[in-house]
Design a protein around this ligand. Structure first.
Ligand code: B12
Ligand code: SF4
Ligand code: SF4
Length: 290
């Protein structure tokens, strides 16, 4: 993965991972799956559609579609386990490890190499039939397979809708996304108490993640709703108004969102984001969020 290694190195050197320290770790493993899974011969990439059947009510602070239902890490880990089990039943004793978002794996690059789509200017893996509201899962195995051809074509063409629409100018030329400027980074990954004041007024009501660069993408115009029952949107995600969020207690947050991706920021993170949206100012919390 020489070209990927070069791109990743440059991204890290420019500090585009912000405070996501985990991105600095295991560089060698990230660009070489044989170091991550000794004996690896194949990378199997799977996609799962998370485009929801219902939309959020217009009055509430916005939540990214990937977080409407049950946490995808849990849902997909179970599916990967069953998939590996099924392969073992049919093929014999093979070794394999499944990953989703949680390990040093360049998931988008492998999806592109598996022929499942191209990497758009907004950095996302886009499938011509399904769009980009897709999670990526990866199974690295010692099973030798007939390899698919990488998708050679890029269907972005001269479009630049995502670049123009990004509220924080995080999308740079050459398919580089500056993670440290992305609303998803500030609202989910940033563990500090303060969102930089330079971002005041730029979040367009996004409280958790951001879908702008995918919502404007013409390839998502025909996205169809997922049939994965576990991704069924929570009532509160769809219907909570700003006032409901502001009145929410920590106990209720823990109960309602116990299986949701929203757990990641914890209650304190949601409150920080809400305050930032309301006033562009935050209180200094005494302890880090994570
Ligand atoms: C760190 C991270 C973030 C960070 C940084 C984002 C970023 N651009 O890297 C933040 C928190 C901002 C983030 C946001 C989001 N994320 Co995120 N994130 C990740 C994570 C953990 C690592 C990504 C990474 O390695 N970044 C480093 C950069 C350098 O790598 P990269 O962006 O993948 O770019 C590579 C390719 O683009 C390739 N490439 C591009 N062009 C070319 C051309 C050539 C010739 C070659 C060879 C290679 C190449 O080079 C790069 C290096 O290999 C992955 C999971 C994983 N393990 O992969 C999920 C992942 C990328 N995220 C995902 C999602 C869903 C999101 C959000 C949509 C969530 C949201 N709505 O809020 C946003 C989208 C923001 C955006 N436009 O990218 C999905 C993407 C699914 C898809 N269809 O693409 C992933 C794969 C998780 C998953 N398992 O489903 N994310
Ligand atoms: S997710 Fe939002 S902030 Fe991040 S790159 Fe896309 S449009 Fe920009
Ligand atoms: S909005 Fe246009 S440029 Fe951006 S990813 Fe979609 S097709 Fe490509």
């Amino acid at each position: 993965m020489d070209e990927d290694a070069r791109r990743l190195e440059s991204w890290l050197n420019k500090g585009m991972h912000g405070s996501m320290k985990y991105m600095e770790n295991h560089f060698e493993l990230r660009v070489n799956p044989q170091k991550l899974v000794p004996g690896a011969k194949s990378v199997i990439t799977l996609l799962i559609n998370y485009f929801p059947s219902q939309s959020q009510s217009a009055s509430g602070p916005k939540i990214s579609k990937y977080a409407y239902g049950k946490d995808y890490h849990d849902v997909i880990k179970n599916k990967l386990r069953s998939f590996l089990q099924m392969l073992r039943e049919q093929i014999g004793e093979i070794q394999g490890r499944g990953f989703v978002d949680s390990a040093p794996v360049l998931e988008r690059s492998w999806a592109q190499r598996s022929g499942l789509g191209w990497i758009g200017k907004n950095g996302n893996l886009i499938n011509k039939q399904k769009g980009s509201f897709l999670f990526i899962a990866t199974l690295i195995t010692d099973l030798e397979l007939d390899y698919d051809d990488p998708l050679a074509k890029d269907y972005c063409g001269s479009c630049r809708k995502c670049i123009d629409a990004c509220p924080t100018e995080a999308i740079l030329p050459d398919k580089v996304v500056d993670g440290s400027k992305c609303i998803a980074y500030f609202t989910i990954e940033l563990k500090e108490m303060l969102i930089p004041t330079g971002m005041n007024g730029r979040f367009k009501n996004w409280m958790f993640g951001c879908d702008v660069c995918q919502d404007v993408c013409p390839w998502n115009r025909f996205a169809t709703a997922t049939d994965e029952i576990e991704f069924t949107p929570l009532y509160e995600v769809l219907n909570f108004t700003r006032n409901d969020w502001e009145q929410l207690t920590e106990d209720s947050f823990k109960k309602i969102f116990k299986n949701s991706p929203l757990r990641r920021t914890k209650f304190a993170g949601i409150n920080r984001n809400l305050k930032f949206l309301s006033h562009g100012e935050q209180e200094v919390l005494e302890t880090p969020l994570l």
